[in-house]
Design a protein around this ligand. Structure first.
Ligand code: 1AE
Length: 384
């Protein structure tokens, strides 16, 4: 079996011919005919059109590419299947399958859903993640207080904002150190475990060393802006045995590619194959919405049986406690509910903001308990 890529094209005529031409050009051919004998010799390396289908306005076609044509990395595989073809505005890449023979090169997440749940000691409800906000221009004391407030409300994972890099006011190694000590203190007093994902940033060739330094300093997870560095950068980090913490994939810059590649492939399948444990993407509800069918395809790709571990979908952006019921209805309980503004904007502060999310989850799961923080949040953000 080779690499299977499925494309959508916004026309319905001559599709079989176009697909044949693409299969040839991206493998053994070129835009003009090669001598017959030469073509025969190259038959084993030729792309093969597997199927074509039509709707009213668009068509789909699937091409199988011989595994011998590529090296085992995203760079060569994406260049073969959608390299120069991506510059054709009428064609989108919408699905993609790798053969199991590449499983050692694309092992996926180290932790996945079960590994993260084990680390946090939470197996029966959605996880809650919050995002530091307003930290740029502030110092480490401010960051530490925000971390304490978020944890006090019952947050499982706190993550840096993706725009907070290594910087003189809040250096990432210091953030990792403070995070480790606050999380340990939180565990000592409450018995509750938590993770803090520090943004991994800096020069591309230094990422591996920087990740190791952050982990030595105490980082319990890493946030990575995958599409500004590239999928192979994530894959190499995730494969490194010394990088023994969960990796959260942030979707920054992915929108620059969604005109040509489906959201579900970019933020679902590619991210899982590249080795992230959590994939963040705009939820189908907010102003930055992912089309619902694409968001649900990300959910399905994240959970699908595969040689790699299932990962956690994180529908994000503009999330507040009034959306928790919708998220659980649409994504189930193996999901991370993630909020920045929806936590820090709570009228009674970030700890109450975090409590409001925990109370909203209890309510959505039919459990009884206090709803004071949730009621206050719903006065500000109710969707019902
Ligand atoms: C799609 C990513 C969402 C994200 O990174 C972020 O910072 C969200 O912030 P809020 O929850 O919209 O304030």
């Amino acid at each position: 079996m080779g690499i299977i890529a499925t494309y959508e094209i916004n026309r319905t005529d001559r599709v079989a011919d176009i697909a044949e031409k693409i299969a040839l050009e991206l493998t053994v051919g070129t835009w003009t005919d090669l001598p017959h004998l030469e073509r025969q010799q190259l038959q084993a390396y030729r792309g093969e059109v597997v199927s074509t289908s039509h709707t009213d306005a668009t068509s789909r076609f699937t091409i199988r590419y011989p595994i011998e044509n590529v090296s085992p990395d995203f760079s060569s595989i994406l260049t073969t299947t959608f390299g120069k073809l991506s510059l054709d505005d009428s064609v989108r890449l919408i699905d993609f399958e790798l053969p199991a023979s590449l499983s050692a090169d694309f092992p996926g997440a180290k932790f996945g859903v079960d590994g993260i749940r084990d680390q946090l000691g939470v197996d029966d409800r959605p996880l809650v993640m919050s995002i530091f906000k307003g930290v740029i221009g502030r110092d480490l004391q401010f960051l530490e207080q925000q971390l304490r407030d978020q944890l006090a409300g019952g947050i499982d994972i706190v993550k840096d904002d993706e725009i907070l890099y290594d910087n003189p006011l809040t250096p990432s190694l210091e953030r990792a150190r403070i995070g480790a000590s606050v999380i340990q203190e939180h565990f000592n007093t409450t018995g509750k475990r938590a993770l803090y994902a520090v943004t991994l940033s800096g020069p591309v060739f230094g990422l591996r060393d920087q990740a190791r330094r952050l982990i030595e300093a105490g980082a319990t997870a890493l946030l990575f802006n995958v599409y500004t560095y590239g999928l192979d950068a994530l894959r190499e980090l995730a494969k490194d045995p010394a990088i023994r913490v969960p990796i959260l994939a942030h979707p920054a810059f992915a929108g620059a590619l969604t005109g040509s590649i489906s959201h579900s492939l970019l933020l679902g399948k590619f991210i899982r194959l590249a080795g992230a444990d959590l994939t963040l993407f705009p939820s189908p509800y907010g102003s930055l919405a992912t089309p619902p069918d694409e968001a649900f395809a990300i959910r399905d790709f994240s959970a699908k049986p595969h040689w790699s571990k299932p990962i956690l979908p994180v529908p994000s952006a503009g999330i507040h406690p009034g959306l928790v019921e919708d998220i659980i209805r649409d994504f189930g309980t193996d999901v991370v509910i993630n909020a920045g503004g929806g936590i820090h904007g709570h009228p009674d502060g970030a700890a109450a903001g975090a409590r409001a999310f925990r109370q909203a989850i209890e309510q959505a799961l039919g459990q009884t308990g206090r709803t004071d923080a949730l009621d206050a949040a719903l006065k500000v953000w109710s969707t019902r």
